[in-house]
Design a protein around this ligand. Sequence first.
Ligand SMILES: C[S@@+](CC[C@H](N)C(=O)[O-])C[C@H]1O[C@@H](n2cnc3c(N)ncnc32)[C@H](O)[C@@H]1O
Length: 215
Amino acid sequence: MTDKRPHDHPIRGRFNSWLLAKYEDDFHEEMGERKQRHIGGLRGVVVEIGAGNGVNFRYYAPGVQLIVYEPNPWMHERLRQAAGKHALNCELRPVSAGELDLPAQSVDAVVCTLVLCTVEDPGQILREVQRVLKPGGAFFFLEHVAAPRGSGLRRVQDILMKPWHWLFEGCHTNRESARLLEAAGFERVEIEHFRSRKMPPVIVPMISGIAYRQR
Ligand SMILES: C[S@@+](CC[C@H](N)C(=O)[O-])C[C@H]1O[C@@H](n2cnc3c(N)ncnc32)[C@H](O)[C@@H]1O
């Protein structure tokens, strides 16, 4: 996978880490119950893709063996602090998740939140997720997604896409992640649609759910 590393910019990198930290409590208030319900039930070896500052670390059960892929170096200090605060058994791999350096069928679950919007090639990420998951393994996702085609909000998302992508290091306002997940070849995909009250107005349509790898 070509990885142009949009997260190598020191000012945007620091800005995005600071911004995510600033909204962490708001996200917990709005999405914490969904995350706790899904992430809190995971056991064994769990991979988190694009963990950012470690915003999800508070939800993992004790004893989970966590492997984290986070290529943005400006996130790492907060991420390490979060791992220490929550006493996690956590290994940071500071590289893209486009090619996971893990054996096939070696992982019990994969987590990613607000990441499919950002990665350069979400199809490649979803193929890698299914390669490393054990048969029947669970993939938990939570993402902002494109508004319906033809809607006013979708037009705004399309117009703002380029500056947004630059400022937020690769983030797409209008990525159709629900459709991508449904077409990715999982055995079953359970998606809940909801609207955020905390996100900027242009990215309020959201999804969360679980996809299960083929047995
Ligand atoms: C919007 S942030 C979300 C961070 C965190 N998951 C959260 O929910 O707050 C997107 C994250 O995806 C990471 N990312 C971007 N491209 C990636 C890739 N190819 N592989 C793994 N992580 C990536 C970014 O560095 C960033 O930390």
